[in-house]
Design a protein around this ligand. Structure first.
Ligand SMILES: Nc1nc2c(ncn2[C@@H]2O[C@H](COP(=O)(O)OP(=O)(O)O)[C@@H](O)[C@H]2O)c(=O)[nH]1
Ligand SMILES: [Mg+2]
Length: 439
């Protein structure tokens, strides 16, 4: 897996943080130190590491955790956001049949391998990729790409007898009648010198590729930023593919440096095999580093809380009415059958678990019963005494027992909300106490 070290380091820091009973200044500082260590080991620029850790620390101490998140859960959330920011957003490539993609980069950066990986990637997307080998510099380049194209069954063009790269490309494009998505593997020198830039510019101005992608070796760490910038300035590069991020401890440095130099990262190479290419999406990437399941739950919790914060506060303060029961039932019904709801709501945050146990039919009866109630009864269910129960059940066409059951359900829910509210208050108080005790 890509980024083993960075991921393990982050996860260790987070596990330690989560073990802490109180989150105080000392805990935050220790946590930050761990994060710094991990990022520096990953070759992220010292200045960037410092800025990032300062922001995590400040936000962690100052920000009020959204919704039901505890202080340390919120720290993890903040770390996630700051890391996504640090590594850059990632860019989705827009390519279609009829386009030409030119790959450039130094020798050994992974161009030829990546050309084949891209062809396979686009083929899987239903496009019709073709490969051209225009590396006349390395004798073995032709055989290498030809073999790969056979492996993935993609049309290939090259001419080992020719030395003029531009001529080969022009012939290739003609052979493919300019159709399909043409991916061109170009030559590379041992470094990004002016000769190479000149060659690339010559090819570029002649064939006018729709996308020029710079293939960069991720093992050079933050050096990738410099190269990306140099390339972008001397020829028209649309974005970067960072290779060899598997097994390299320096991937964090490479990605953050690309982000800092505003070089868009389209893909990352995560292995030698033809399928080892991923679209780069930092949100997905960072959540995998941190531990996907864990983080998703937490983010969902925070997001739901944003929407429901107000009503949750009200309900938990004891102002829970039948209106709330009604809208909860509505929410559930919108989501579909009970089993689906269970699958979709692993944390049961929006719909209390108790409600999930109720049968669909019962919920329908509850709803029609509530439809027959007055506003006053909905707001103040305690008003609903014996004679009213009779009236409501008749009006709704349900049994009086159903109405009674609804009311006792409502009372249990109200009590549960109150308990949840109290628990939350207690937890907040403990957090605060921990912070003050150390300050
Ligand atoms: N581990 C790993 N190796 C890679 C990756 N991409 C390319 N390579 C290896 O890097 C070496 C150089 O790749 P090549 O495509 O020939 O580079 P080129 O000279 O730029 O065309 C080869 O041994 C590839 O197998 C990657 O994402 N991960
Ligand atoms: Mg090559």
């Amino acid at each position: 897996m890509a980024f083993d070290k960075l991921g393990t380091g982050l996860q260790t820091a987070i596990t330690n943080l989560r073990k802490a009973v109180v989150v105080d200044k000392k805990t935050v500082k220790e946590y930050i130190k761990e994060i710094q260590k991990v990022l520096l080991a990953s070759d992220v620029n010292v200045k960037l590491v410092f800025e990032l850790s300062k922001r995590i620390e400040e936000r962690g101490l100052l920000e009020k955790p959204p919704g039901m998140l505890t202080k340390n859960e919120n720290l993890v959330r903040i770390t996630y956001e700051e890391l996504v920011n640090l590594l850059g957003k990632g860019e989705k490539i827009d390519a279609r049949d009829g386009n030409k993609i030119l790959l450039v980069g130094t020798q050994g950066s992974g161009k030829t391998t990546t050309a084949a990986k891209l062809a396979k990637y686009f083929k899987k997307k239903g496009l019709n990729p073709k490969l051209i080998c225009a590396d006349t510099f390395r004798p073995a380049a032709y055989d290498q790409l030809q073999q790969l194209s056979e492996e993935i069954q993609v049309p290939f063009y090259g001419d080992p007898g020719k030395k003029d790269a531009l001529a080969i490309i022009t012939e290739g494009i003609a052979k493919f009648k300019g159709e399909g998505l043409i991916i061109i593997d170009s030559e590379g020198r041992h470094k990004l010198d002016t000769e190479l830039m000149k060659d690339i510019n010559r090819i570029y101005s002649d064939i006018k590729p729709d996308k020029t992608l710079l293939v960069l070796d991720g093992t050079i760490g933050q050096g990738a930023g410099e190269q990306a910038e140099a390339f972008r300035k001397s020829c028209s590069v649309d974005g970067v593919i960072l290779t060899k991020l598997d097994g390299s401890a320096k991937g964090g440095g490479a990605l953050s440096a690309c982000s800092e130099t505003k070089s868009k990262v389209f893909f990352i190479g995560v292995g030698e095999h033809i399928d080892d290419l991923e679209e780069f999406n930092s949100e997905r990437f960072v959540s995998r580093l941190i531990g996907f399941g864990d983080l998703q739950g937490l983010l969902e919790k925070a997001k739901e809380a944003e929407f429901d914060e107000e009503s949750a506060k009200r309900m938990m303060s004891g102002k829970f009415t039948l209106e709330d029961v009604y809208s909860q039932i509505d929410q559930m019904r919108q989501l579909g059958p009970m089993k689906k709801v269970m699958e979709m709501l692993p944390f049961g945050a929006k719909v209390p678990p108790e409600m999930l146990k109720l049968q669909e039919e019962k919920l329908r009866k509850f709803k029609v019963a509530m439809d027959s109630m007055t506003d006053a009864e909905m707001q103040e269910p305690d008003l609903i005494k014996h004679d009213r129960i009779e009236r409501i059940s008749k009006g709704a066409g349900v049994r009086p027992e159903d109405v009674k059951e609804l009311i006792s359900y409502y009372k249990r829910m109200k009590k549960m909300m109150k308990t949840m509210g109290n628990e939350r208050k207690l937890r907040r108080m403990m957090d605060k106490f921990g912070l003050d005790a150390q300050a």
